[in-house]
Design a protein around this ligand. Sequence first.
Ligand code: DGL
Length: 258
Amino acid sequence: MAGPILVFDSGVGGLSVVAALRERLPRAALAYACDNAMLPYGRREDAWLVRRILAVCEAAVRTSGCVALVVACNTASTLALDALRERLRVPVVGTVPAIKPAAALSRSGHIGLLATSATVARPYTLRLIEAFAAHCTVRRVAADSLVREAERQLAGEPPDVAVIEAALAPLWKDPALDTVVLGCTHFPLLRDALATAAPREVAWVDSSDAIARRTAQVVAGVATSTGPGASLATAPDAVLARALARFGFARPQPLSLD
Ligand code: DGL
């Protein structure tokens, strides 16, 4: 099978999924695409976002010649997965909040969902909770400010502790809460800072290993990587280039949408 696996996110969040993909598929060629011109996605209007995600993913799939698309973004997946699968010819692997494993892991049955405003309110998310965590108390917390903190961290700046503490604060109102779902791919990039800011120990659960497992099933024999993976961005710049280079990607090329 020729062509890379293309990982897509609004910004650098998908790099947390890249790390899991590299572990599970160390020889697979990966490419990366992000719509950083329109970051963050988490507060955008649904109808606009579906059109935008379709346009960006279509252009990125065509330009990269990928064999599969990994939508490494909960905000995009919980809204546009069906539309993407209808429109694209390559298989599409999505990312949705890890409610099921979190509900299985929690001892107290009190879990938190930390995600963008869009993801915490989506019908898709509510259905996941109903299907897999109906026996749990689920505290949904919109934490859009953490997207910017993760972007800052990958740009080489220290995350702002006060912003992180404020974003997490609603979780601690439930004294029995013992497990937190990181329902935005940006958030695992901040895992150390989140754990440091937490007033007590909790389990942090994300979807990246499950996505990597699913991707490995979907792409049975992908082309072997022969160098840095290609990357595409709607607003390429030097800061993004440095973040992508740390994850083994070449300088981002402009992604043009027609
Ligand atoms: N990384 C994306 C997610 O998983 C969202 C970030 C954004 O708001 O653009 O939801």
